[in-house]
Ligand binder design. Structure first.
Ligand SMILES: Nc1nc2c(c(=O)[nH]1)N[C@H]1C(S)=C(S)[C@@H](COP(=O)(O)O)O[C@H]1N2
Ligand SMILES: [Mo]
Length: 320
């Protein structure tokens, strides 16, 4: 087994995970009402006594109405109708409709490469074999818009430990499905399909990195990457590859679809960084979907305490 840095779980994450677990056992009766009484707008707001009107974005499918920064969840309607998924369309508002009939069962994910125990998993194997948790994460697209999404999923680290990476394994390469007959975007010649992404092994093993199987308490909608997509919340959204069919442990940095398409615009690391602008626009601020105006972009998308150490000593302008 490869040695990996043991990472820190924030109290907020631990708290939410415990709540989800209790909820799944039916031990949190009235949890929606309880969370509706929590302060939701800002740290300065006091909880309305006996208030039972859910805040905008509140939903019984999530254990809380905000992320740990107290920013409200993006409503389900927005999360599922404003999507980047170029296999279907470059029009974000058209993806949900075009992906509606996409067949996601049966589905197999092959995990191999530099591992001791290569294995192919069905989706049920993943749902039953790995403990599912809720993670409320910000998603920050490289195009400078963002959302707050309550995912369900499991730690990528749990899956990687099971297949036992060899000492030579340094990176993880992810591949999306290739299905030209049902993915109209793949019949266009602009990109090198299938969609490919990669992480360094320590990034992949980090506690924040999950494979998502659902959102808002429901199975993952097709437009959000069903049945399985990566979520690495401190990186630009394009790293969070959808509809994964193949995961390989490899010894050198994999080339992603975006690196091949525009290497000077999209690098391997893609850490959210307000100080390094995209060649064609600023990354200093972002538009939170559902809000007026813009907000400042946070280093590592607000997860610096958890992940900055992964990049100690690295030049983050060079390694964009
Ligand atoms: N296979 C695949 N994965 C993908 C994409 C894509 O086009 N194809 N788009 C990426 C981009 S740019 C973003 S911002 C997120 C969007 O995820 P969402 O639609 O669930 O919000 O998915 C990422 N994963
Ligand atoms: Mo994106």
């Amino acid at each position: 087994m490869v040695k990996v840095r043991s990472s820190e779980i924030t109290p907020e994450h631990a708290y939410r995970n415990r709540r989800l677990f209790l909820k799944s056992l039916g031990l949190l009766a009235g949890s929606a009402l309880l969370s509706a009484c929590a302060p939701v707008t800002s740290a300065l707001t006091t909880a309305p006594s006996g208030g039972d009107t859910p805040a905008p974005g509140g939903d019984p499918g999530a254990s809380a109405q905000t992320d740990e920064l107290r920013d409200p969840l993006t409503p389900y309607e927005a999360v599922t109708n404003y999507n980047n998924y170029y296999e279907f369309s470059t029009n974000k508002e058209a993806v949900a409709r075009l992906a509606a009939e996409f067949p996601t069962a049966p589905w197999a994910v092959t995990v191999g490469g530099l591992v001791r125990n290569p294995k192919t998993y069905g989706v049920d194997d993943l749902l039953e074999g790995f403990s599912q948790e809720e993670r409320i994460y910000r998603l920050r697209c490289v195009e400078a818009w963002s959302m707050v999404i309550p995912w369900q999923g499991f730690r990528l680290a749990d899956l990687l430990r099971e297949v036992e990476p060899l000492a030579e394994a340094k990176y993880v390469r992810f591949e999306s499905i290739l299905a030209r007959d049902v993915m109209p975007g793949q019949r266009q010649g602009w990109y090198e399909w299938p969609y490919v992404e990669g992480l360094r092994l320590d990034e992949a093993m980090h506690d924040l990195t999950i494979l998502a199987t659902g959102l808002y308490g429901k199975p993952l909608p097709n437009q959000n990457g069903a049945p399985l997509r990566l979520v690495a919340p401190w990186k630009y959204g394009f790293k969070s590859i959808k509809a994964i069919v193949k995961i390989d442990l490899v010894d050198s940095q994999p080339a992603s679809l975006w690196m091949l398409a525009a290497p000077h615009e999209y690098g391997f690391y893609a850490n959210v960084n307000p100080e390094v602008n995209h060649p064609r626009w600023s990354q200093a601020s972002e538009r939170r979907i559902g809000e007026l105006g813009r907000r400042e972009t946070l280093p590592f998308n607000g997860y610096a305490d958890e992940v900055a150490a992964l990049y100690a000593g690295m030049d983050l302008a060079e390694n964009y």
